[in-house]
Structure formats: C-alpha cells, structure tokens
Design a protein around this ligand. Structure first.
Ligand code: GTP
Ligand code: NA
Ligand code: MG
Length: 457
C-alpha cells in the first residue's frame, strides 16, 4: 500500500564500504530480480545512480511487510553506488549534503575493515543516519538458501550449527563496533536507533535479507527525515563528472538533490577559467533497464524532479569542474551574483596557492578532492605553486618543469585520481619531471615523502 505525499522528494541513499564487500552486487541483485520477474517496475538506471520508484520498493519489501501494515509515502529512493577504493575525500567532493541516508556494507566474514572505518568517520562527521548491511551470509558454511527471503524467515530454516556460526560472527562485528565506541545490534532487536547502529544480515547472491534492508532504509527516511525531504524552493544540483559523449560533445553528469530543472534553463557553474554561463540543450538519462539493448543510448526529458541523476548537454561545459554546484539563472536572478557564488570555492583555493613561490604542481579530479589534497599538503608543510583539475596534459608537465631550475626536488606533479596522457608521460621523462600518481591521498603523500627523503640523502 502506498500513499505518495506530493510534498516530499525522494531521499538519496549512498552505498559505502570496504572494497569487495558487495555494494554493487546488492544493487545488481535488486535490479535483476525485478527485471527477471518481468516488472522492471520503473526502476531506472540513472547517471551514477539507480532510481527505485515507490511501486517497486513496495514489491521489493513485500516479504517483510506482508499485511501491508506499513504505508509508503515517499515517491521513491535514489541510490548512489560508490567504489570501495575511493577515500572520503572524493565523496566529500561530491557535495557534502548529497546523501540523506547511507547503507554501509560490511562483509560478515571479515567484519570491520579499514575502508569501513573511514566510511563511519565520514558519516559521523556529517551526522548522516546509516544502516549496516552485514553481507555475504550465504557464505556461512552449510547455509540453506531461500531466494529473496526476509532474513528472519530464512534464519529459522538454518541448522543449529549455522545459526551458531552466524551468532559468533555477529557478536564479533558488534564487538568491533563497541571498540570504535559505538553500540550495534541486529536491526529487529535495536530498541534505540538514535544511538545504536542497526545491522541487517544480507546476501547479494541469494537476495536474502534484501527486503529487510530496503524496508529499513525506507522506514528510516520516512520516519526521521520528513522535514529534510520536504520540497524546498531552493535548488540544489551537484556535478559528479565531466564526460565527452559522441554526438553530445562535453556533458556533465549531475545529481539533482532538490528542486526541478528544465530543458532550455539558463545555468551558471564554476569553470577552471572563469564562470560558465550556458543554456541546457538536453537533459538525458539512460534507457530503462529492460531495454538496455536498445541502440539509442539516452532518453531526453523536458523536465526532471529531485532526486535524480542525469546528464546535462550544453555548449561550453569543457572546463566545468566535478564537485561544483550548478545554479539556475531565472529571470529575476542576478547572473553576476550567481557567477560569483559559482566561483567562490575555486577562488578561495586559488588564493591559497602562491604562484610566484617555490612548490610542487598539484592535479586532481574534482574541486573537493583538490581542496582536500591542498589542505593535506598544507598540514605537511609542502608548498604548492600550481594546480589544475582533470587529466595531466603536456602543458601541466611544462608548468611543473619550471621548478626544476628553481628548486629541483619540487619539479614534480602530484596527480590525485586523474589519468596522465601518453604525451605528458613522454615529455615528463624527457624533462626529468616525476609524476606521482595515486587514487588515495595517503598513498600519494607516502610516495612523495619517500621521494623527498631520497632526495635529501
Ligand atoms: P568495490 O566496488 O570494488 O568496492 O566492490 P563492491 O563492494 O561493489 O563489491 P562487488 O559487488 O563488486 O562484489 C565483490 C565480490 O564479492 C564479487 O565477486 C561478488 O560476486 C562477491 N559478493 C558480493 N556479495 C556477495 C554475497 O552476498 N555473497 C557471496 N557469496 N559473494 C558476494
Ligand atoms: Na569489487
Ligand atoms: Mg562496486
């Protein structure tokens, strides 16, 4: 049963966790189950996200909501998957207010791992409510599978020794949480969800416990976040990625957190060489799931409502920066003021960089990750004289090479989560400019400090 409240937007849920805990497979399983049952049910694969409309959420949670005691009110749920190797810095860069709620995936066979802890720190810092999916229960020895069943029902069907092994691993995980200063409890035993983490046992392979997980997320958002989910007139839209797409030129992948957006809207956003002021040519999302084989890649929309992930096609997006906000410039808005707001973050970063001094050259994938990296280098007292966002090109190496004469050990490029073109690599070799590459900020820093040690010796 559902009764959509027209004043509520769909919550955004981010899936976080250590590498290979099953984040992506959980989402795959949910999508596949629906498609297999012949009801893609309007689940849409979006840009960097999956949208579950209320109809499919209702069906997906049927097994744990048998008498339909629970009434769904939210229009749907937008779920954003994240790769486990990305540190909190990249996530932060995707707009600190992007998610309303999170699923933290933990492998029941491994318990809490380094990236789990990192994710917990991030969620605590932002005060984001989260639930833990204690995944891979099917790997418990002798597990008896009933596809897509609610956890409590399938658990009853397990042999004594399987139940005991589960209990042991559960206790270990709870102890891990205790050691981190947190209480944790099986979700249906949790009497105090404000200060105790709920654990939902799941299997992304068999689908067991997935109805419980979805039900929990829906209830959590519906119960505690209504105020945050009430449509505001404020518009909030964040750029995730900048991509060149054949037939569309340079496009930006965005998440619309709040408000609505139309084809033809005038938008203003941050550009590496100044504000970008352009008009939306098209709002695009991929084809529905069951039609994945359809040749034409995207569907065009005249208007889109939050929360939704999509692609914007417009002229002049080449220098736009992932992590930036997009502003809509309506007839009553002052474009100059919006341009100033759009450029604020980048300008404050640029003000921190001493382009006349001696230092390293820093290149990063997003505004947020660049900010985090610069903050890190500041703490480590490593001066920076030049920055850029996006792939490392020959011209970047050229800029870094200027340092070779002033202070040779600074004649390097610190490349964080970006690709390096072949031409840039060759030129660096020729000039003797070292390029340090890493996807995790600490690795980049470790490599650079090691190098500085070697230089000094
Ligand atoms: P990253 O994106 O690399 O951080 O990993 P991820 O968390 O998205 O994990 P992914 O979904 O790619 O799964 C990693 C591996 O674990 C794959 O081989 C999956 O088949 C397996 N796996 C995931 N969930 C389960 C589960 O519930 N049970 C079992 N047996 N295997 C699982
Ligand atoms: Na993986
Ligand atoms: Mg994954």
């Amino acid at each position: 049963e559902y009764d959509i409240d027209k004043n509520l937007r769909s919550p955004i849920c981010v899936v976080l966790g250590h590498v290979d805990t099953g984040k992506t497979l959980i989402l795959d399983k949910i999508r596949k189950t629906r498609v297999q049952e012949g009801e893609a049910g309007g689940i849409t694969q979006q840009i960097g996200a999956t949208y579950f409309p209320i109809k499919s959420l209702q069906k997906l949670t049927n097994k744990v909501n048998k008498k339909h005691r629970y009434k769904h009110k939210l229009p749907g749920l937008l779920v954003i998957d994240t790769p486990g190797h990305e540190t909190f810095t990249n996530l932060r860069s995707r707009g600190s207010n992007l998610c309303d709620v999170a699923i933290l995936v933990v492998d029941i066979m491994h318990g809490i791992e380094p990236q789990t802890r990192e994710s917990i720190d991030l969620l605590k810092k932002r005060k984001t409510p989260f639930v833990v999916a204690l995944n891979k229960i099917d790997r418990l020895y002798d597990w008896n599978v009933t596809e897509n069943m609610g956890f409590r029902d399938t658990f009853k069907n397990q042999k004594k020794h399987v139940q005991m092994e589960f209990q042991n691993r559960l206790n270990e995980t709870i102890l891990h949480f205790n050691q981190l200063g947190m209480n944790a409890e099986l979700y249906f035993k949790n009497k105090s969800i404000k200060d105790t983490v709920s654990l939902v046992p799941t299997s992304a392979v068999t689908g067991e416990g997935i109805p419980d997980l979805l039900m929990y997320v829906v209830q959590l958002t519906q119960k505690y976040m209504i105020k945050k989910l009430t449509y505001l007139s404020t518009f909030q839209c964040t750029i995730l990625e900048v991509k060149v797409i054949e037939g569309h030129g340079t496009t930006v992948d965005v998440i619309l957190v709040n408000g609505k957006i139309h084809e033809g809207d005038r938008i203003i956003t941050c550009g590496l060489n100044g504000p970008i002021d352009t008009t939306i040519r098209a709002l695009l999302t991929p084809q529905p799931l069951k039609e994945l084989r359809v040749k034409s890649e995207f569907i065009r929309h005249p208007v889109l409502h939050a929360a939704v992930g999509f692609k914007i096609s417009a002229v002049g997006l080449e220098n736009s920066i992932p992590g930036s906000e997009v502003f809509i410039c309506g007839q009553r808005d002052d474009p100059e003021e919006l341009k100033e707001r759009a450029m604020k973050d980048l300008n404050s970063i640029l003000n921190d960089v001493d382009t006349s001094g001696k230092g390293v050259y820093v290149q990063s994938s997003t505004l947020g990750s660049l900010e985090a990296l610069l903050e890190f280098l500041k703490q480590m007292k490593i001066p920076v004289f030049g920055i850029n966002i996006g792939p490392v090109h020959k011209k970047d190496v050229e800029k870094a090479s200027v340092m070779l004469e002033l202070k040779p050990e600074f004649g390097v490029v610190l490349a964080f989560d970006v690709t390096v073109t072949g031409e840039a690599r060759e030129y660096a070799k020729e000039k003797g400019v070292q390029i340090f590459e890493a996807k995790i900020i600490y690795h980049l820093f470790d490599r650079f400090t090691e190098y500085m040690k070697e230089v000094k010796e």
